[in-house]
Design a protein around this ligand. Structure first.
Ligand SMILES: Nc1ncnc2c1ncn2[C@@H]1O[C@H](COP(=O)(O)OP(=O)(O)O)[C@@H](O)[C@H]1O
Ligand SMILES: [Mg+2]
Length: 211
């Protein structure tokens, strides 16, 4: 079977990092060699960009710079890690990817969707094969994220910002139902893990049937 790109998306405190290990373990159980990464980051350059864009001491960062930095890190991730892994037949599991730019820089910051699509086509032309969207009410996600410690620059945004992020994610999922699986992550951790692993199983089954 050739490689596939699987992404985890969702707002702050949705549980992406929490379910990642379970999803990775399920792929391994299915005999799939998986490379795990995250955004922004995933490469040495990208992690340096992550530190910049999430630095709460940089409130002056404008929306345009934020969008370009996200794509700068992503362009590097695609070329250094995602494309080579897929070419080698490995699967890639990423904690966030391009949908996050549509949600945060598009929905949250109001950057034009057409501009994001241009950047995507040029800098990050590899589309995910499967995206698990962990969805929950904004207040619940923020309450969970608050338990993690000092908020980063983006986590310091207000509730309206995160409502726009959530709406943009849900709109993308509704527009591309074949790629997205929306998981109710307001459930207890075990139920969210079970739902995520069930989505992975169904996807792997479908890929095996195709092969
Ligand atoms: N389903 C859940 N129910 C309750 N708490 C959760 C759940 N999923 C995650 N958490 C907790 O919420 C916090 C944020 O989860 P995390 O996985 O870091 O979210 P994300 O990576 O999506 O921002 C963590 O402290 C985690 O332990
Ligand atoms: Mg996380």
């Amino acid at each position: 079977m050739s490689g596939r790109l699987v992404t985890l998306e969702g707002g702050e405190g949705a549980g992406k990092s929490t379910v990642l290990a379970a999803v990775q373990a399920r792929l391994l159980e299915r005999g799939i060699d998986v490379v795990v990464t995250r955004e922004p980051g995933g490469t040495a350059f990208g992690e340096a960009v992550r530190a910049l864009v999430l630095d709460p001491a940089r409130p002056e960062l404008c929306a345009e710079s934020e969008l370009l930095l996200m794509f700068a890190a992503r362009a590097q991730l695609v070329r250094e890690l995602i494309a080579p892994a897929l070419a080698a037949g490995r699967w890639v599991l990423s904690d966030r990817y391009t949908d996050a730019s549509y949600a945060y820089q598009g929905g949250g910051r109001g950057q034009p969707v057409a501009r994001i699509a241009e950047l995507e086509a040029w800098a990050a032309p590899i589309q995910p094969d499967l995206t698990l969207l962990l969805d929950l009410p904004v207040a619940q996600g923020l309450a969970r994220a608050a338990g993690r410690g000092a908020p980063d620059r983006i986590e310091r945004e207000n509730g309206d910002f995160f409502e726009r992020v959530r709406a943009a994610y849900r709109a993308r999922a509704a527009a591309e139902p074949a790629r997205f699986r929306v998981i109710d992550s307001s459930q207890p951790v075990e139920a969210v893990r079970t739902a995520a692993c069930a989505a992975i199983d169904a996807f792997v089954d479908a890929q095996e049937a195709r092969a």
